[in-house]
Design a protein around this ligand. Structure first.
Ligand code: HEM
Length: 445
């Protein structure tokens, strides 16, 4: 039998490709798509890679071929989180059992609790906004931290989010550098940064230990997720077992790490678009005035704000916080789109290109929340910021609630106007994946 052909190849040496990628990774990926189509192979030192840009190919990778294309998480810094856990496990039977435990946490009571927390924290953010200037990522980090730790642990707002910054930075650095040859070996050394991360996070260790104890002592199902993790496994209502409390803590920590940057990034960037499209901002403010009026925002309001929701979706479309998914590696020869993918190839699914592709979206690079009301003009199946398939995000609702609640609470009472003219597009290791502070002026509406 004849072998299928290899996919189109980028005719550039390994080092030249690495240089081009390092200069502007998203620019490089868009350029690859424009010049070579929906599937392209290229080489980096030490690794063969393949990038896919269409929904159909993404479906093959994320749903149909998960047994052979396995997620390739670099060993993270941190050994602050040593257990494999949901995020790092490849899709399969073991992952399925842990995923089932997390999915079964979404009872109507817990869903309502998360909406309530999102609204309460968004109101608190607006109450505490000073007159003058704020740093957008730091302001949104506090909101995301409070919302996520309360939903996961039932406490946390009393702690400073600075305690997880070194761990998050270590995780981001690991991902950024993981394309370099020899990197896996280097990451086994305990670098000073890792030790700092481990020390800094101790107050959260204490809070988590207490939350596990409280869940064990409670006869009732409390709304925080950790309570479900403890009770459902210890009462044998789940096919999953944690070996010890450390593994429960690790599961919560990985979620926490997965949860913080996305909302911070979206809420920060949204303020630039709203400043530059005043008619969009006014339409959103009018919607909030009509639904919420003068009272504080409530959890139930979140489902009654379609335009505010569209603003959130439009920023998530233009700036998916995971612009390319964690690489999958071919464990053996397989095919994608009829092309041969040799064993050992790393496969990148590029959401950033898919969600802007002019063939699907027309004016895909434009910020136009109105498109979400245009039916077939808005190809929602190409909008997958939370991925899809067995490894799709388990925090999409929580993240969406936090984002919509914050947009609405701010729109009801304040305006946040970034001082800089241009969007911060250079990725960094700071809060929200930015390089540093992003000042914005706060004005009363
Ligand atoms: C705007 C915010 C967020 C975005 C855009 C986002 C996006 C994603 C994406 C794209 C993945 C799949 C990664 C891959 O397979 O390569 C993922 C996985 C995951 N996310 Fe999120 N996420 C967000 C917020 C959250 C929050 C708030 C939580 C939890 C509280 C969370 C928990 C997870 C978990 C547990 C996984 C792993 C699922 C699995 O492997 O089965 N995420 N997320």
């Amino acid at each position: 039998m004849t072998k299928p052909p290899l996919p189109p190849r980028l005719a550039l040496g390994k080092l030249a490709t690495l240089r081009k990628m390092a200069e502007d990774v998203l620019g490089f990926l868009h350029w690859l798509h424009e010049n070579h189509g929906d599937i392209v192979r290229f080489k980096l030192p030490g690794r063969r890679r393949l990038a896919v840009f269409s929904r159909e190919l993404a479906h093959e990778v994320l749903v149909e071929k998960t047994d052979v294309l396995r997620i390739l998480h670099p060993r993270t810094a941190c050994d602050v989180v040593p257990s494999a856990g949901l995020v790092r496990m490849p899709a399969g039977e073991e992952h399925g059992r842990l995923r089932e435990l997390i999915v079964s946490a979404a009872t109507p009571e817990r869903v309502a609790f998360q909406k309530h927390v999102a609204a309460a924290e968004a109101n608190r953010l607006v109450d505490e906004l000073p007159d003058g200037t704020v740093d957008l990522p730091r302001t949104m980090e506090r909101l995301a931290w409070n919302g996520v730790t309360t939903s996961l642990l039932g406490r946390g707002p009393e702690l400073d989010p600075a305690i997880v910054r070194p761990s998050l930075k270590a995780v981001k650095l690991t991902f950024m550098l993981s394309v370099l040859p020899g990197f896996q070996l280097l990451r086994r050394l305990p670098l000073p940064h890792d030790l700092k991360a481990r020390r800094a996070i101790r107050p959260l260790d204490e809070a988590t230990r207490e939350a596990i104890g409280a869940a064990r002592a409670s006869a009732e199902a409390r709304p925080e997720l950790i309570c479900h993790l403890v009770q459902a496994t210890e009462r044998e209502e789940s096919g999953w077992r944690f070996a010890n409390d450390r593994e429960i803590r690790d599961e919560v920590y990985t979620m926490l790490f997965a949860a913080l940057d996305g909302p911070v990034q979206i809420l920060t960037l949204a303020q630039f678009y709203l400043r530059d499209r005043p008619e969009v901002r006014e339409r959103m403010e009018a919607e909030v005035d009509q639904v919420v009026g003068d009272r504080p925002l409530q959890g139930d309001d979140l489902g009654r704000l379609p335009f505010t929701h569209a603003v959130a979706m439009e920023v998530l479309r233009l700036h998916p916080p995971a612009p390319l998914l964690v690489a999958r590696r071919a464990e053996e020869d397989c095919t994608l789109g009829g092309y041969l993918v040799p064993k050992g190839t790393s496969v990148d699914v590029v959401l950033h290109v898919m969600q802007r592709d002019p063939e699907s979206w027309g004016d895909g690079g434009a910020f136009r929340p109105e498109r979400w009301f245009e039916g077939p003009g808005c190809p929602v199946d190409r909008f997958v910021p939370f991925s899809f398939g067995p490894k799709e995000c388990r925090g999409a609702d929580l993240a969406t609630n936090l984002i919509v609640a914050t947009l609405a609470a701010v729109a009801g009472r304040r305006r946040l106007e970034p001082v800089e003219r241009d969007l911060p597009t250079e990725p960094g290791l700071g809060v929200g994946g930015f390089r540093g502070a992003i000042p914005a002026t706060v004005t009363l509406r």
